[in-house]
Design a binder for this molecule. Structure first.
Ligand code: PMP
Length: 399
């Protein structure tokens, strides 16, 4: 039976990582995989995380099953971290909100996809063009039909907001629009306040449901300002979904920690949606892993660890913008291209818009590993490798 298996394409990020590991060149440079790196190219564990783990080692009482919704304390704290007071006022969270702990942001996206497919099997789910490459398989596996809206203008090398609105006008009532809240992966271009307002009213007019994806919270412009788009949607829409990844924000990538937050129009719908989400989770991974959520909970519950985490996150954010400036200045000095557009991009990624031929030449002749379309993990740039990165880019742009 298994010999007739139809093998689909390998995830391009994982493929790139495998090629990088197989490259014997000791000077190879990885700007492909999306993890934060310090000035020495390491992905360190935050001090706040280490301290939370030390606390857990001493005080954790049990590792008994938590149930498909995960840890209720984690769910409350994450909801309060992300949503404004209106929905999270004490003593209880709003009855129109449902939060579920998930295995990373990816797990949240998949549960959201399953739920949408269950609620409206005919829905088209609209992704940005280009999308985060993994959005595609996550939502296709949930059985959803995909549509694409223009997002990045390859000529102007910036957000194509007019194109985005024009394409979304083709959506049917009941469709879902995936929008990245901050630090768009792969483009590094985000909507401004006015564009969020406009998009929000367009989606209301067309009866489209926003699915907001937040994977770089605190790494773009700041913990509060990165939530700008969420605030706009929260203010105007009754129905929305938010998928949250704690991977980058807390530096706990392999702990697989995230959340799905759903807002419904009333209490009864929220109860039904929650119950069906739990059913779908039971038929999938049954329960999310606990350790990462316990780390986040310990940090958010402690005044001291909370401050420590905010300090470390802010330092990482500032380093990323320094790296972007270092890259832009060095590129402007060495190539005929004008790279000022990179300074308008935000978050962990910059997008150069490179062809497959250029990318494979970068790998094969310069041992420089860059993601699909020319997505660069800006945090991978440092004083030591920036010269070689610029020389390699200059070489492939000559043709
Ligand atoms: N959404 C986007 C846009 C992402 O870039 C990522 C991580 N690369 C995720 C969601 C999921 O993150 P994770 O599953 O690692 O928490």
């Amino acid at each position: 039976m298994l010999q007739s298996i139809d093998v689909g394409p390998t995830d391009p990020i994982l493929m790139l990582l495998a090629q990088y590991h197989a490259d014997p060149n000791p000077e190879k440079i990885d700007l492909g995989i999306g993890v934060y790196r310090d000035h020495k190219g390491r992905t360190p564990i935050l001090k706040a995380v280490k301290q939370a783990e030390a606390h857990l080692l001493k005080h954790e009482q049990s590792k008994a099953y938590l149930g498909p919704a995960g840890d209720p304390t984690f769910n409350t704290l994450v909801t309060k971290l992300l949503l404004d007071d209106q929905l999270t006022r004490e003593p209880a969270l709003s009855e129109t909100l449902c939060t579920l702990q998930t295995p990373g942001g990816t797990g949240a996206l998949r549960v959201a996809g399953d739920l949408i497919a269950h609620a409206n099997p005919h829905a088209t789910l609209w992704l940005s063009n280009p999308p985060w490459v993994t959005h595609r398989p996550i939502f296709s596996s949930a059985g959803l039909q995909l549509g694409y809206y223009r997002y990045f203008d390859p000529i102007k090398r910036s957000l194509d907001f007019e194109g985005m609105k024009e394409d979304l006008r083709d959506a049917a009532p009941g469709d879902v629009v995936v929008i990245q809240v901050a630090g768009h992966n792969p483009c590094g271009c985000d909507l401004n306040l006015q564009q969020w307002e406009e998009l929000s009213s367009l989606m209301l007019d067309l009866n489209l449901t926003p699915l907001l994806d937040l994977a770089y919270h605190g790494l773009c412009t700041g913990l509060e300002s990165d939530l700008l788009g969420l605030r706009v949607i929260q203010r105007h829409h009754q129905e929305w979904l938010l998928t949250y990844s704690a991977s980058k924000t807390f530096g706990i990538y392999f702990e697989r920690t995230g959340a799905l937050i759903i807002h419904c129009k009333d209490k009864a719908v929220t109860q039904d949606v929650r119950q069906e989400a739990l059913n779908l989770i039971c038929g999938n991974y049954y329960m999310p892993p606990g350790h990462g959520a316990s780390i986040v909970t310990t940090i958010l519950e402690s005044e001291e660890l909370n401050q420590q985490w905010r300090k470390e996150l802010n330092k990482a954010r500032l380093r990323i913008s320094d790296c972007r400036k270092l890259l832009t200045d060095s590129l402007n000095g060495t190539t005929a291209w004008h790279y000022r557009f990179l300074n308008h991009q935000r978050g962990m990624f910059s997008y150069l818009g490179l062809s497959e031929t250029q990318l494979s030449e970068l790998r094969e002749q310069h041992s420089l590993y860059i993601g699909t379309g020319g997505r660069i993990n800006v945090a991978g740039i440092n004083e030591k490798n920036v010269g070689r990165v610029c020389e390699a880019l200059k070489a492939v742009q000559r043709q």
